[in-house]
Design a protein around this ligand. Sequence first.
Ligand SMILES: Nc1nc2c(ncn2[C@@H]2O[C@H](COP(=O)(O)OP(=O)(O)O)[C@@H](O)[C@H]2O)c(=O)[nH]1
Ligand SMILES: [Mg+2]
Length: 429
Amino acid sequence: MIGELGKRLRNSIRSFASKGRVNEKELSELVRELQRVLISSDVNVKLVSELSKRIKKRSLNDKPLPGLTVKEHVLRVVYDELVALVGYGVEIPLKNDIKLAVLGLFGSGKTTTSAKLGYWLKKKGVKPILVSLDKDRPAAYDQLKQLGEKMGLIAEREVTTSPFIVDTAGRDALSDEMLKEASKIINKLKPDHVFLVIPAEMGHEAGKQALALKKLITSVIITRMDGSAKGGGALAACANAGVPIAFIGIGERVEDLELFDPKRYTSRLLGWGDIKGLLEKAEEVKTEVGMLDFNNLNMVSFYKQMEALTKMGPFEKVLQMVGLTDLDKKTTGDMKSKLKNYKSIIDSMTLPERLDPDIINSSRIERIAKGSGTSSQSVRSLLKEFNMMKKMVKRMSKGKFKGMKGMKGMKGMKGMKGMNLKALKGMKF
Ligand SMILES: Nc1nc2c(ncn2[C@@H]2O[C@H](COP(=O)(O)OP(=O)(O)O)[C@@H](O)[C@H]2O)c(=O)[nH]1
Ligand SMILES: [Mg+2]
């Protein structure tokens, strides 16, 4: 779907990862190739230059996450920065009387997108009417009606009830007239979400549209992401304009709409699937005890911590050391088997999933459950506890939970150096 851009990016990353040790020259080469790719996908030159600087600076100055090689560290920085570049999504909370409106220039994909939104809502159990307010072109209503009929949604020429999706008349260009017309509709109908539809081929020019309509809209939808190499530029420009991206259109069928998720988009772009083996081979489990990185807690550090726990000797002792002395045998046993379970679950995750557990959706959960010989329930429970721990760690790093040092029996224990006991104390397995 992302085509040429992704291919070139993946090639440059593969060649980077295949070389020996990383040095500044190599890093510069990677960044230069990245720049070429981004510029050819019409990302604004200034944004590309800023991104390059940040990637270099962070690659050289940030401390690599525990368990990551320098190369993995650099790739992670690239991933992070691309995620930030391509923008940010927005939540579309569902409700039974949801009101949506779609704006945009001629031919941007408004009518198609209105139908796609109808399909998306219907799949989630909300059945909207499709309303064509495009009075200028009689065929516009017929188009919407036809699209609606295929999925059992009714089309109307005016708003009669909610939930609804309003398709509006387009214009050749942004004009005061268009803005006025749009604000009239918005004031009258008070939609929960007003989407500006911009086709991917607008590239970085999308930013101008997003800015011009920023006050009226809640987010944008970029269409024809499947057909243009400039989609990256359009996404980045909207992000830079400070406008969230709700959905992307990835084909002509009503099913071809997806909620925009910058992480998922970037993962695909980088072809994580392709380089996963390479990254994972590079470094799996080191025996040393890893410090929990408060700012970057992820499954890699979580795993290290568990590894450390299980390697530190009798489990009961370890629990005592971290202050969990009042546990009975059964609880200790449960924790032990849970820990073992969690380890095999994390073993079945790909590196991108470990670095960023947020990308783990239901189908990934299924795969991980299968791969680890556990159940999707176990995977979900791990993710839940991981998220709880993440919250806790965040709180701790903000200075709560102080005064917990000085636990007895810790000094002089082998392998305890660098272990973050404060973090372990509240950890639930
Ligand atoms: N490939 C592709 N085509 C799209 C997408 N969204 C819309 N289109 C096509 O773009 C053209 C214009 O769409 P339409 O909804 O009529 O635009 P409108 O004038 O803004 O209402 C149609 O041929 C659609 O099939 C998309 O995400 N991918
Ligand atoms: Mg139309």
